[in-house]
Design a protein around this ligand. Structure first.
Ligand code: ZN
Length: 451
């Protein structure tokens, strides 16, 4: 067909995490992520021999000191390319007397911050971990390439900074290369404390830990899915908040869980050949990751990673035993898969940083009534400069994703007529003038993303 009537060209699209200009931006940004650059960065990080938290810090070529100085220099080069748009700095503290850090050790995170234009204290963060390990968690000397765990995550963070630093956003994006992960999640705890002390309103931490392995120990080869782990209930919930939740619901609607739903939807809308498996638990069974210290401090955060792990390639001394090659080496990383998961981070960071302030103080009412009413507080001033309005969402209580929504305009209260509160879960998202949408915020303390 040679032409279309204008009304067809401008037909209303289905509800999605971003529409219009924002949707076009996300499609473009995801396509700009480079597997070649990710590969080059992983090769460079592996080249430091070991990046163990207890490894030496004086050498320019080996150990975690050399690695973090190189990461900082990379962030500074990216910043130079965008006219100094990134603030690059270390956030560190000393740790000692711990099982895995017995002697006084400086745990150093490398941070790049891209400050938002309208709401600069509102932060979304992508993180990866600098440090690597072998079989003995205290061995800071042996070769410990950590190609997948977690050079892949750091390379993803660097690449996301390259792609996103060419754009301007309403909210702030933080790119974090964390340290001390394998020794007990120390770097994340240090940064969470720094964030609180500096007034960062953290809305999302996307912790990327192992985003490059596609050959599972279970025999499955899979480059088309990713896992997103999230807590169902806020770790900082008080007994009184738990009592209220028992009577009103919210067991599967923490801000971290709704962040996971948001990422799941973005993968469907923007990332070719990638489906998200939402896992309804904090992390792998009895295992840890660097989103947890942020969750512990009351901040929403999820773990993004490959679906099929290979344990012969994690935390192993480099060796061959009974014909099996052990170790976290370059050959275990699929760079195009790491690109795909990095693209997912890029669209999630861009969508949230483009969105207006997330709905705050969301309340719901409607017991023994035919209709359900949601209320929230509309922001004022500069932070609301890109606010277009709100979207009310609902779903059956056993549905994994939000299934129904209505755009309600720039109001602070809305009643869904003849929708009975008992039978659904409800939430509200904010919409920007360019179509960018925040995650859905479930009412009450159970679902709050904070102010
Ligand atoms: Zn690990």
């Amino acid at each position: 067909m040679r032409w279309l009537p204008f009304f067809l060209l401008f037909a209303a699209p289905a509800a999605s995490a971003a529409e219009g200009d924002a949707g076009a931006l996300l499609h473009r940004l995801q396509s700009e992520v480079s597997a070649d650059r990710i590969e080059a960065d992983i090769v460079r990080l592996v080249g430091f021999g070991t990046r163990h938290t207890l490894s030496e810090t004086e050498s320019e070529t080996r150990g975690i000191g050399a690695a973090r100085r190189w990461i900082k220099a990379e962030f500074e080069a990216i910043s130079a390319d965008c006219g100094g748009c990134l603030e690059v700095f270390y956030v560190s503290d000393f740790v000692e007397g711990e099982t895995r850090i017995p002697n006084r050790t400086e745990v150093v995170n490398v941070i790049a911050l891209q400050r938002g234009r309208l709401d600069p204290d509102r932060v979304v963060m992508m993180s990866g971990d600098i440090d690597s390990r072998v079989s003995d968690p205290l061995n800071g000397v042996s070769d410990s390439p950590g190609a997948n765990d977690n050079a892949s995550g750091v390379a993803g963070v660097l690449e996301a900074a390259r792609v996103l630093s060419r754009e301007k956003f309403a909210g702030t994006i933080v790119y974090a290369a964390l340290s001390g992960e394998e020794q007990g999640l120390y770097g994340g705890a240090i940064l969470a404390k720094y964030a609180q002390e500096n007034g960062w309103r953290i809305k999302a931490v996307l912790n990327n830990d192992m985003i490059g392995n596609i050959e599972g120990v279970d025999g499955v080869i899979d480059n088309a899915t990713a896992r997103v782990f999230s807590d169902g209930v806020r770790a900082t919930e008080t007994p009184e908040e738990a009592r209220i939740r028992r009577f009103t619901g919210g067991e599967v609607d923490s801000p971290s869980r709704n962040l996971a739903r948001y990422i799941d939807q973005l993968a469907d809308d923007y990332i070719p050949n990638l489906d998200v498996m939402m896992v309804y638990r904090l992390d792998r069974f009895a295992r840890g990751g660097h989103h947890r210290p942020f969750n512990d401090a009351g901040m929403p955060g999820v773990r993004i990673m490959e679906t099929h792990e290979h344990y012969d390639r994690q935390h192993q001394d480099l060796r061959t035993e009974d014909g099996i090659a052990y170790g976290d080496v370059l050959s275990g990383v699929n760079f195009d898969y790491a690109r795909k998961l990095t693209s997912l981070n890029v669209v999630a960071l861009a969508a949230m940083a483009s969105a207006p302030p997330f709905p705050a103080n969301v309340e719901i009412s409607g017991a023994v009534q035919p209709s359900t009413t949601l209320k929230w507080v509309r922001p004022v001033g500069r932070a609301a400069g890109n606010l277009a309005g709100y979207r009310v969402h609902w779903r059956l209580t056993d549905a994994p994703q939000w299934t129904h929504s209505v755009d309600v305009g720039d109001v602070a209260e809305y009643t869904l007529e003849n929708i009975v509160i008992d039978n659904y879960y409800f939430g509200v998202s904010s919409l920007a003038k360019d179509g960018a949408e925040s995650p859905v915020v479930f009412p009450g303390p159970a679902g709050s993303f904070g102010e």
